[in-house]
Design a protein around this ligand. Structure first.
Ligand SMILES: [Zn+2]
Length: 336
């Protein structure tokens, strides 16, 4: 009987030792394999891997139902996919002919390494637009630029920023990185100095051009005169030289393109609510043509109107674009 107890005791000791070894091995494997991945860790224990039947999650970048104007280019922003276990591959089916009005769809099939797949579809409408809206924002970056960029990204709208030397460098970089047009509005925006002489103007313009260049690598040649080309405030500082008549020609001689606007939001002239800005803008849009909208991203109430302006525009068949050197310039008459 005592022998039998001894045997049981010995077996118990052996069992505990084995368990102890397994436990230590487990800690070792965990430490070692945490450098590899969870699948390796599990297979090292000879435990069958749970079946992976979870497909990747996929979101469409830039919206699942978008309008593209006839004759422009369609830029596919693709999808963002996540899988809990493996890498994924993305297959894309479908094409968009932006030279033919119609409804197109693009299918994105995202498959993980265990064969689970998720398919999402983007509808792309190529349409003859009601008109083109160029949203433009002067005098920034400022306190509201970040929120504005968020709204533009949410609706996949590209805009134009006529920047100064004010505000955060990071915002200028964001504007550029997120595909907007970074244009120039002078560095100081100080009427009394910039309109005192052509040299003073061009020196100030070069300063903001360099700011953008240093931050983004991009040399912008798109400009807007503070006060617009039609301003008469320059008469106070130019000593009677009719500086705007000279500058309007000279900037073009130097390879710049200047833009005014044909839709004003009033956000720098008495309109001080998002509702007021919205009303002014949507009532002044140009069906069948180009609308260059003037707003200021240093005015919170103006930035707060942007989302509704975008929704109105999209709902009424407008497309949104950023300004480039070949865009409609909305020139005013020069008055000085
Ligand atoms: Zn300005």
């Amino acid at each position: 009987m005592a022998r039998r107890n001894n045997l049981l005791f010995t077996l118990r000791i052996i069992f505990l030792v084995v368990v102890g070894i397994l436990l230590l091995a487990d800690i070792y494997l965990f430490c070692f394999n945490s450098y590899i991945n969870s699948d390796t860790y599990l297979s090292a224990h000879l435990i069958p891997l749970p079946v992976d039947d979870v497909p990747p999650t996929v979101t469409i970048n830039g919206g699942d139902d978008i309008n593209v104007a006839l004759g422009t280019t369609f830029e596919d922003d693709g999808v963002t996919a996540y899988d809990d276990r493996t890498d994924v591959t993305v297959d894309i089916n479908g094409e968009v002919d932006t030279n033919t009005v119609g409804e197109y769809s693009i299918e994105y099939i995202v498959t993980d390494e265990h064969g689970n797949s998720t398919t999402v579809t983007r509808k792309v409408n190529v349409l003859e637009p009601t008109g083109v809206i160029y949203l433009t924002f002067d005098d920034g970056p400022g306190a509201y630029t970040s929120a504005l960029l968020d709204v533009l990204a949410k609706h996949n709208v590209k805009a134009t920023f006529f920047v100064t030397c004010a505000g955060s460098d990071d915002m200028v970089v964001r504007e550029y990185d997120e595909g907007h047009s970074v244009a120039l509005h002078t560095c100081s925006h100080n009427y009394s100095s910039i309109y005192s002489s052509p040299d003073a103007y061009f020196e100030d313009l070069a300063a903001v051009q360099n700011r953008v260049k240093n931050l983004t690598g991009y040399t912008s040649k798109l400009i807007r005169f503070p006060g617009g080309s039609s301003n008469t405030i320059s008469t106070r500082y130019d000593g009677g030289s009719r500086i705007m008549s000279y500058l309007a020609r000279e900037v073009e001689n130097r390879g710049f393109t200047y833009f005014d606007w044909n839709v004003t939001s009033g956000d720098a002239a008495g309109v001080t609510t998002p509702e007021g800005v919205y009303e002014r803008v949507v009532n002044a849009l140009k069906p069948g043509g180009s609308s260059v909208v003037l707003q200021h991203d240093i005015k919170g109430y103006s930035v707060d109107a942007v989302e509704n302006i975008i929704l109105f525009g999209k709902e009424h068949g407008y497309i949104f674009a950023k300004l480039d050197a070949s865009s409609f310039t909305a020139h005013h008459g020069v008055n000085n």
